[in-house]
Design a protein around this ligand. Sequence first.
Ligand SMILES: Cc1cn([C@H]2C[C@H](O)[C@@H](COP(=O)(O)OP(=O)(O)OP(=O)(O)O)O2)c(=O)[nH]c1=O
Length: 192
Amino acid sequence: MLKQTLILASSSPRRKELLEELQIPIVISSSNVDESFDPTLAPEEIVMYLARKKVEAVYSNDKESFILGADTVVCLDGVILGKPRTREEASQMLSQLSGKTHSVYTGVAIMANGICSTFYEKTDVLFWELTDEEIHDYLNTGEPFDKAGAYGIQGVGRILVKEIKGDYFTVVGLPISRTVRELKAKGFSMPH
Ligand SMILES: Cc1cn([C@H]2C[C@H](O)[C@@H](COP(=O)(O)OP(=O)(O)OP(=O)(O)O)O2)c(=O)[nH]c1=O
């Protein structure tokens, strides 16, 4: 019998909040995994691979609990956009996304009773045409830097978005409703 505690193998504050808002008791245990991946893999394979890697890193220290990990990437015309390292990179990503539809993939891994299973969700996001001034102003918010694709839909970045198709929470970094369903199916008891 596993402990009814969920270990979140992620340092993302968004993922933490999404779970806490549902009163799910969580403990954070993120470890610094190498997030490099084989670029020839499909985006859904990459996010599930990295989510699994995050979970497995924590599992080596705790085999008694449920462990949840996730990974998010943005994909534009077959090219993966991760987190920008510099202001220039962020500016470039935002100009690339301007006026176009990109896909956000979030992969989720759940470890329960020594078995790690994964799934992913994809949401398509259409950006408005952005002016240089809009991009400049958005960069000044500081928001783009810890986020895949250099924007946060849950923050000021919401004003860049014209339309979405799919689960909003996939874009934020954790498709919460499917995650809850998968956790329940594995025997995790939810507070609701
Ligand atoms: C597109 C988009 C991404 N993001 C975030 C979600 C993820 O936290 C981040 C992608 O990086 P990830 O590597 O998925 O996650 P992380 O580095 O924040 O945390 P950890 O590796 O410890 O699990 O981008 C938003 O918050 N809003 C958005 O609109």
